[in-house]
Design a protein around this ligand. Structure first.
Ligand code: SAM
Length: 263
């Protein structure tokens, strides 16, 4: 098996616009680290029936569990270079993902945990009369997004500072949301999902892309992967409904959830 892509970090913590709330942030990323013996064989498990529990933190996690899954540390902004790597097209097929979103030309979509905007800037030209709200909690990511938006002369990518527990969008203001390799590191998933459900229009879609935890050949550390069953459990606990679970990506799940038209 190939060594897992690292998402390894020297802990640390940072606050993002919310002085009382802090989360561990990863300071470096994507080292191709050797697998330590047994490292990935013991995914953290806690009580699946208790939505949120505290436990012992594993090296890549924050010691907080949501429906039994340990939440991963946040990937720090020094890893922007990794997010922009050329291999992504081969590893993740972003072109196909963006086609599969099948967005209307005037769609408003939130890219939650947008990072460097790898997906936001590729979606924007597909929705000339709509916009991408590129949400992140790291001001450095927002600065990068602002600069790149100006460089590309794109007027329909709006960088937006979220909070660790709130995407901070108005009720029923978005048609869809995309979360690529981000949801597993939300430190407050229940609150984030509640704010997302509120912001979606009825019938709005959530596209979730996460590395497949079922597949040991996917060379990503365990806490940065999710099983489809776990993703379904967590997102449905917030009132979303799974409408499709597609299997054509090389390494990731491509899952589509909907906000019911009738609550
Ligand atoms: C691994 S990066 C993925 C970036 C991007 N989606 C991509 O695929 O290129 C995860 C991003 O999620 C962001 N993030 C973590 N928690 C967040 C939260 N609660 N709200 C918004 N963004 C968050 C991090 O700051 C980081 O930029």
């Amino acid at each position: 098996m190939r060594p897992p892509i690292g998402l390894d970090f020297n802990g640390g913590s940072a606050t993002f616009g919310q002085p009382m709330k802090s989360i561990p942030i990863t300071l470096s990323l994507l080292l191709l680290l050797p697998v330590l013996h047994g490292e990935d064989e013991h995914p953290a498990v806690a009580d699946k029936n208790a939505p949120s529990t505290q436990g012992q933190a594993s090296p890549d996690g924050i010691g907080k569990f949501f429906h039994g899954r340990e939440i991963a540390k946040v990937m720090g902004h020094p890893a922007i270079g990794w997010l922009e790597r050329d291999e992504r097209e081969r590893e993740e097929a972003p072109t196909r993902v963006i086609e599969a979103l099948a967005l209307a030309p005037n769609a408003v979509i939130a890219d939650i945990g947008a990072g460097s905007g790898y997906y936001s800037f590729r979606i924007a030209p597909k929705i000339p009369f709509g916009k991408v709200i590129a949400i992140d909690i790291q001001p450095e990511m927002l600065e990068y997004l602002e600069k790149k938006s100006a460089e590309l002369k794109l007027t329909n990518v709006s960088p937006h500072l979220g909070a660790i527990d709130d995407i901070k969008l108005a009720a029923e203001s978005i048609d869809a949301a995309l979360m690529v390799d981000a949801y597993h590191e939300f430190s407050h998933p229940a609150e984030m999902l509640a704010s997302l459900v509120k912001a979606l229009k009825p019938g709005g879609k959530v596209f979730l892309v996460e590395y497949r935890a079922e597949d040991p050949e996917v060379p990503i550390k365990r806490l940065h992967k999710m099983t489809a069953a776990q993703a379904k459990l967590e997102l449905e606990s917030a009132g979303l409904r799974l409408s499709a679970n597609q299997t054509w990506l090389p390494w990731q799940h491509f899952m589509i959830f909907e906000k019911p038209i009738q609550p």
